[in-house]
Design a protein around this ligand. Structure first.
Ligand code: IMP
Ligand code: MG
Length: 204
């Protein structure tokens, strides 16, 4: 009956915060062996940040008609919230890369598992990513797209975990810098679960 997320997340502790000390009633997902999610970034904070990013992007892309390429699956919610705030012509594309196995650790070997349908050559391309962690995935994607000769290529990432970086990455539009914790919610998963949480939580 209860959609995994909304009801349950309202009771979550806020990591490091005040006044959110009710323990989560996580129902089926809160078996004692399961890690506990705690809210790191609330839906309101996310909304404010997506608004800020949209304003920056609108300023830079006015008069252009870019292709926004979302990196599946993690960026789907961010993409959906972001594009509805953009009031200029644009195209929405998705690419799916394999980087992580089922779990928390990156395999480091990246490949395209669902390719683009649109022609990128000569277009203004903006990548929409959920999180830049080691940077290996996005570096691979930037190289992959650069070879297709876009007119411009930029990166918008909702979150950045710089402490984990293995290769340098320039993020043109950044939402939040986050601590070295495993995050779930607002598109981010742990083993394909928790993507539907409306807040970004830390899995402890
Ligand atoms: P990277 O190649 O290590 O930068 O990882 C990139 C991808 O790994 C992201 O696009 C996410 O899909 C996933 N990822 C990295 N960190 C997290 C996390 O904390 N939670 C969930 N997914 C993550
Ligand atoms: Mg991702």
């Amino acid at each position: 009956m209860c959609h995994q997320g909304i009801e349950r997340v309202q009771g979550l502790d806020r990591a490091g915060g005040k006044g959110y000390n009710r323990r989560a009633r996580l129902g089926k997902v809160a078996m004692s062996s399961q890690p506990k999610p705690r809210i790191l970034l609330t839906r309101d904070e996310i909304e404010a940040t997506v608004n800020r990013l949209a304003a920056e992007i609108k300023k830079d892309y006015r008069g252009k008609s870019p292709i926004l390429i979302g990196v599946l699956k993690g960026s789907f919610m961010f993409m959906a919230d972001l594009v509805r705030l953009l009031d200029f012509p644009l195209e929405v594309e998705f690419i799916r890369l394999s980087s992580y196995g089922r779990g928390r650790e990156s395999s480091g070997k990246i490949k395209v598992v669902q390719a683009l349908r649109s022609e990128v050559k000569g277009r203004d391309v903006l990548i929409i990513e959920d999180i830049v962690d080691t940077g290996l995935t996005i570096s691979f994607l930037l190289d992959y797209l650069r070879k297709k000769k876009p007119a411009s290529l930029k990166l918008c990432a909702l979150t950045d975990k710089p402490s984990r970086r293995q290769t340098p990455v320039t993020i043109d539009y950044l939402g939040f810098t986050v601590p070295n914790k495993f995050l779930i919610g607002y598109g981010l998963d742990w083993d394909e679960k928790f993507r539907n949480l409306p807040d970004i939580c830390v899995l402890e």
